[in-house]
Design a protein around this ligand. Structure first.
Ligand code: RIB
Ligand code: CA
Length: 312
């Protein structure tokens, strides 16, 4: 059983990643922490609560975190995020509102508390790394924490998706990502190198809708919006769910040990690269996923459709 915390900017692929984790019998989902990114932090947290309710997992606590990056004073979603994830983060499909609210504790405090209690745990971030960086800034001793971190973000062997070099999650808060990569924590980067190799398809959406369930129909509409506004063909990338699959099944991925850092300046801002100042390190604590058995990732995600069938 994998003890897991998900740190999400709950848009479309975050919702699918959350569903996969919430429905997976191999996962003990300890909590969800929310950040800005695809949507504002409060909207993302509401989406997480709504998704958990649809998955029958209203037992999982949700915590609100950073409202903006470490170097900014405010945040509003970028036009491209609104197009891809819809105005509400769920592809403009209106999910039934959850009948509960977020917890009072701040996301970074929850992360600190859980890291102190539990070394046998994985934190998966699928948005900007701000909550985890804030936790490390508040409690620097946690850099010796023995658990694992898996980050959906970055691009090592392919171009970025917001600039030539930068991927969206890293680009939203490069300083935070740099803190996490250089912290000494055990970090696996699941970037565009692998997330673009696996696919969710229109046929998945059609099968979800065919279950006739409210949840299946809502998820189908959300996925179809995402497919249309990302690639625009018959399928789309599997960004955030790939990170959760990697947390559970690192053996599905080719992992390159590398002392990772993030460029902060100029046209390279937000670029994830190997840090030449640490190139002699014999056993780097960070690694980048550079290839994946996409068939295995796609098979894992069948859990979601099976749930819709089960409740129909
Ligand atoms: O670059 C892809 C990432 O950006 C995903 O996490 C997506 O949800 C957006 O946040
Ligand atoms: Ca995300």
């Amino acid at each position: 059983m994998l003890n897991l915390i998900l740190d999400l900017d709950t848009g479309v692929d975050d919702s699918i990643a959350l569903s996969y984790a919430a429905l997976n019998p191999e996962v003990n989902l300890l909590g969800v922490t929310g950040t800005f990114g695809n949507v504002t932090t409060d909207m993302g947290a509401r989406n997480a609560l709504a998704v958990l309710a649809m998955m029958g997992r209203s037992d999982v606590p949700v915590f609100e975190g950073a409202y903006h990056s470490l170097t900014t004073e405010s945040f509003s979603p970028h036009d491209v995020s609104v197009r891809i994830h819809g105005r509400n983060g769920t592809g403009n499909v209106v999910f039934p509102a959850a009948e509960r609210s977020v917890e009072k504790e701040a996301a970074s405090d929850f992360l600190i508390r859980m890291m102190r209690q539990n070394e046998d745990m994985v934190i998966v971030t699928t948005g900007p790394s701000t909550n985890l960086a804030s936790a490390l800034m508040k409690a620097p001793e946690l850099s010796s924490w023995k658990g694992r971190v898996v980050i959906m973000g970055g691009a090592l062997t392919v171009r970025g998706n917001v600039s030539h070099f930068a991927e969206a999650n890293i680009s939203q808060d490069p300083e935070a990502a740099k803190i996490v990569f250089e912290s000494g924590l055990d970090v696996t980067m699941v970037g565009l190198d692998v997330t673009m190799r696996s696919r969710l398809r229109k046929s998945d959406a059609q099968a979800w809708r065919a279950t006739g369930t409210e949840a299946g129909k809502a998820f189908a509409g959300m996925l179809e919006h995402y497919i249309l506004n990302t690639i625009g063909g018959d399928d789309t990338y599997v960004h955030d769910p790939s990170a959760v699959v990697c947390a559970l099944h690192p053996e599905y991925f080719s992992l390159l040990p590398l002392a990772l850092t993030v460029e902060l300046d100029g046209a390279d801002r937000g670029r994830t690269v190997g840090d030449e100042s640490r190139i002699l390190e014999k056993a780097p604590k960070t690694r980048a996923a550079v290839n994946v058995d996409s068939g295995k990732v796609e098979k894992e995600l069948k859990i979601i459709g099976e749930y819709f069938t089960r409740i129909s």
